[in-house]
Ligand binder design. Sequence first.
Ligand code: WQD
Length: 339
Amino acid sequence: MAILVTGGTGFIGSHTTVELINAGYDVISVDDFSNSKPLVLDRIEEITGKRPTFYELNILDKEALNEVFEKESIEAVIHFAAFKAVGESVAEPLKYYHNNLGGLISVLEVMKAHNVKNIVFSSSATVYGVDNPSPLKEDLPTSATNPYGYTKVMNEQILQDVVTSDDEWAVMLLRYFNPIGAHPSGLIGEDPQGVPNNIMPYITQVAVGKREQLSVFGNDYDTPDGTGVRDYIHVVDLAKGHVAAIAHALKHNGVEKINLGTGHGYSVLDLVHNFEEATGVEVPYEIADRRPGDVATCYADATYAKELLGWETEFGIEEMCRDAWNWQEKNPNGFVEEA
Ligand code: WQD
């Protein structure tokens, strides 16, 4: 029996595939390479010694997805495949609703047709909206301030309704905080296309000389140093959280909402200074205007993941910065097919 990973060559999907293989699972990976490269599969094989079975497809193509379920014996799904750029979602809401809602519904319909009723869903702390106080607890009300965030809120609702309709389903809603870093080998990592939206790939592109300086989006927030506070989590810790969630889903039905974070908040300037200390590389920055939609502070109450799954983070901010830099230094232009 195998685990199907949608978006399996993406940043979180590739790191989770490595940890699934390390934990002894067979992995069936599907992706359309809309935000990743085929080279990732070679790197996963280089790290683990095993190559996941791979199908290039768009999850909205139900026929193609159905064929995978016909050919493979799948016992659970981890669903990553989605668009995730907040700003882009404001400019192109229909693209986001079509892909992120339609994609999940397509996956669930094919799963149901094949009587596969275990799913781990890639949700986000963004579902806590802007009004909830940190540390954020799973039972808080959800809301959104942009179409991307609304797709995650609606996806969670769809999945909860599926469980209500059929108690044979096991649904794990994993709410990520801020995943950063890379596999310690430096063979896989975060490879955003164009100008990075998220801070760590922007920092590493400044450090490697691809960008001139970091713009710090506001230093007048109600935080210790005025810059935004976030709960950064090492992507390998996050990946291991998915392995723990899959193990739970294979034994228990029902729906669980789980924060995957460290429970600690670091400001933007904390992150910059920790990066410089961990790598010895300077990161020039300027203070710029606030980014619309940003909250001042967002960090997890991470106790439930430990209680339910026995999972907690192992890596600290120093390893996150060290591994992010190691990936970028080894791959200045991201995943580039060897000439
Ligand atoms: C972190 C901090 C910025 C860039 C987003 C999504 C969330 C999830 C993770 C998908 C903030 C500051 C950033 C820069 C900066 N994505 N910043 N200069 O906004 O917490 O979360 O990514 O699931 O859904 O909302 O992450 O990395 O963009 O920002 O000063 O060039 O860094 O203001 O305080 P964010 P981020």
